[in-house]
Design a protein around this ligand. Structure first.
Ligand SMILES: [Zn+2]
Length: 112
């Protein structure tokens, strides 16, 4: 019974377990499957520059954003503290002074 994943580097199916690590005998790549799973499913939120965003990061807006129901736009350069990465199209959950809780798209922000 072998339900180990194929090697992420060379796609070999002869992967074996070595403690908590998985090892590929063909290209000698070793990795922690738990870490890999986390990186994959976790929320792949990246900012406008392609930097990975994580919970608690502070970002700034790279453009003015219209906010449904709000009397004014969110201005470019607005600082957003303590973001939370969530699933979905708008993958940042945050609170912005004067606007309250809202969701943003990570492509419109830049990590500080
Ligand atoms: Zn390999």
């Amino acid at each position: 019974m072998n339900n180990l994943p194929n090697c992420p580097k060379c796609n070999s199916e002869y992967v074996y377990e070595d403690g908590v690590l998985l090892v590929c005998p063909e290209c000698a790549y070793e990795w922690d499957p738990a870490e890999l799973a986390e990186a994959e499913e976790g929320t792949a939120a990246v900012d406008a520059n392609g930097n990975k965003l994580t919970d608690g990061d502070t970002v700034t807006l790279i453009k003015d954003l219209k906010v449904k129901g709000a009397p004014k736009d969110l201005k470019q350069g607005t600082r957003v503290k303590n973001i939370r990465i969530v699933e979905g199209d708008h993958n940042i959950d945050c609170k912005i002074d004067g606007f309250g809780a809202m969701k943003l798209k990570s492509e419109f922000v830049k990590k500080i």
